[in-house]
Design a protein around this ligand. Sequence first.
Ligand code: NAD
Length: 472
Amino acid sequence: MTEQTYSFFESVTKSFDKAAKFTKWEAGLLEQIKVCNAVFQMKFPIKRDDGTIEVIEAYRVQHSHHKAPCKGGIRFSEAVNQDEVMALAALMTYKCAIVNVPFGGGKGGIKINPRKYSEFELQKITRRYTSELVKKNFIGPGTDVPAPDYGTGEREMAWILDTYSTMRPGEIDAAGCVTGKPITQGGVKGRKEATGMGVFFGVREVCMMEDVMRDLGLTVGVEDKKVVVQGLGNVGYYSAKFFREHGAKVVAIAEYEGAIYNADGLNEEEVFQHRKKTGSILHFPGAENILVSSEALELACDILIPAALENVINGENASRVKAKIIGEAANGPLTPEADEILVAKGTLIIPDMYLNAGGVTVSYFEWLKNLSHVRYGRMEKRFTENMNKHIIGQIEELTGKTVNEQERKVIEHGASEADLVHSGLEETMVEATREIMSIWKANPSIPDMRTAAYVVAINKVGTAYAELGIFP
Ligand code: NAD
């Protein structure tokens, strides 16, 4: 079957237009929400280690200025092009709006394969890119705040911060010019597990909705649900971990070399260690091998979590997917055609745009930490613990009974930075899920949860523009 192809930005626009029909905004305002407000294409030279000069192509797109700063990752990939960066920046606007992170969407990209450059060369490229952004006022804690994406991580974020601080000496909030930094450079605890944890919180909230579960023929809650996870990278690993810890059975895990199945459930950490030791996920003790990895997507299960690549479920295999719920942990794991086939079949697709927003939500917490210049929990942790000890002491004295040691530890505990970040993330994902579901329920002609999520995003950005009085 051949699928109609759209550029990435066109397909985002298509989903937007589908949802815009369910909103009240006039065409001009919808156009303003949809377009990219600023696109910065740059070319700059670097001297390679062998002495040759290479011209590097890079981008930073600010999709929406309805809130400041703009926010979005920077990717290093040979596939980077303007259309892709624009589409990713647009998705960031909608994602932030849905999870109530008060930023406009942004995205950056440098068209290189980072594996083909030495660390020194990568540092030169990252620092030059940052200084180009500074020159054009395309970076700063109040204007545009990058983060990691494909091919970048803490190391690059630390280089960006250092370059920015050097060029803007004395700027007291400089640490907030980029997120995803190492903890020692102003990063926040709880970032690593954030996306997988957010995926879990979002899916769990849907599983707590009695009417939704009844329509799908499932019981309420995640306990004993059969889960299949594709990709045992950062997002897949932590999604699997939180499902398992909350009583679900992760019956299959797929990696690119194959997949494994065990009806009694798999432990992601044991599988991870096995893969590290043997170089393959296959032949895990007690599990059956599935040699064609993509067949794992077609296993009978309650929840399927694609957490690897885009377009893995498409017009070819969608009709064979048996999961009742698909939690899009990866970006774009379903093609538009697969989406239509599965929605028609009654599968509930929890959309990527908000389900994998854990990363940006925790980035927001990092930015807040940087602006407040104090780590979460520093002021109140000890106070809470002392007060809790006092309360337990009083209860024990008044009742003549003693609290057991395990419970004492739980009750006495004052919130650490990671505790607060996790709790803020849980609140964010639960609220976003409820908001999308209530819009969907209130308007039964909205065909699916993805469209409902877009409606939520469009309404929030539309309201912000209308309130700003941009269109007098
Ligand atoms: P990652 O590189 O850590 O993990 C991806 C995993 O998928 C790897 O282990 C890889 O071997 C595996 N994989 C590759 N091809 C596969 C195939 N054909 N079948 C099965 N497994 C395959 O990346 P990640 O950070 O976990 O990101 C995964 C997805 O989630 C991406 O789409 C990414 O854009 C999205 N995402 C990530 C974050 C984040 O915070 N890391 C946030 C939002 C969205």
